[in-house]
Design a protein around this ligand. Structure first.
Ligand code: H15
Length: 253
């Protein structure tokens, strides 16, 4: 039983609760490493800045595949008063999902592979004259230590996967996505004693990348205008949500 009271069963013996030892471990490792490789890649070449608001910058690369718009998105933001761990924790944990997600009708956990890896099935709100979308994806949270002195990198990767507990039921269409939230904590004017670090001394540098294929034809212009509106809205709304949630809590490094 997980914290919200949902009961789940582990459907087969391949799965164990041991961290990183489950049937998806290799696939996840590969995709995590790929995101880490490209996180510092430049956005000059072929990327258009489509939205800027203070520290927030949202870039898009226009790409079509068989007439379907699959524009990769890449965005950067700096959020004051929160850590990378806090941003990733609120993004990953099921119990907060519907408090900040504005584009979903529902979310549920259909399998837990280990404490850092779960499989979600989510139903999207129907946003335009097109079939409703659902998606089934593994979600993995990870902390990567760079050195003793540096703050670690925290990340969450969400990646579509088929699952027997989430069959595609037409006319519903399955989204295909590979999304990563990658965060680093910056400590400004660090006090001599780490215990004295206050929220006013910290900020989170965030990178979010999304490769989303709508999984079926959607009018390109409509999709691009929804993306241009919804990604910045998500980033702003989610960041503010984490700021509000953590304001009076001890800092989670
Ligand atoms: O990353 C976001 N949400 C997470 C947690 O709910 C899920 C997401 C994911 C989406 C699809 C498949 C797998 C995982 O990582 C926030 C997403 C905000 C996106 C807002 C913009 C949507 C624009 C249009 C996308 C294509 C929709 C076609 C119907």
């Amino acid at each position: 039983t997980i914290s919200n009271g949902t009961v789940f069963s582990t459907p087969n013996d391949e799965n164990t609760a041991v961290k990183g030892q489950h049937r998806l471990a290799n696939e996840i490792e590969h995709i995590v490493q790929e995101h880490l490789k490209y996180v510092h890649e430049d956005v000059n070449h072929g990327w258009d800045l489509i939205h800027q608001d203070g520290e927030m910058k949202v870039y898009r690369r226009e790409v079509e595949e068989n007439g379907i718009v699959i524009d990769p998105m890449k965005m950067f933001h700096t959020i004051k008063g929160v850590t990378g761990h806090e941003m990733c924790r609120y993004f990953y944990e099921y119990q907060y999902r519907m408090e900040w997600e504005t584009t979903l009708d529902s979310t549920k956990i259909i399998e837990v592979l280990d404490p850092d890896t779960v499989i979600f099935h989510q139903m999207h709100k129907r946003v335009w004259p097109s079939a409703q979308r659902d998606n089934c994806f593994w979600s993995h949270i990870r902390c990567i230590a760079k050195s003793e002195e540096d703050q670690p990198i925290w990340l969450v990767v969400n990646h579509t996967i088929p699952h027997p507990l989430a069959p595609i039921k037409p006319p519903q269409v399955r989204l295909v996505a590979n999304v990563a939230l990658i965060c680093e904590t910056v400590i400004n004017e660090p006090p001599l004693n780490p215990k004295d670090i206050k929220r006013e001394n910290i900020q989170c540098r965030l990178t979010y990348v999304a490769f989303v294929n709508p999984g079926g034809w959607v009018p390109g212009a409509a999709l691009r205008s929804v993306a241009k509106r919804e990604y910045p809205r998500f980033l702003k709304h989610f960041s503010n949500y984490v700021i509000e949630q953590t304001r009076d809590k001890p800092i989670l490094f």
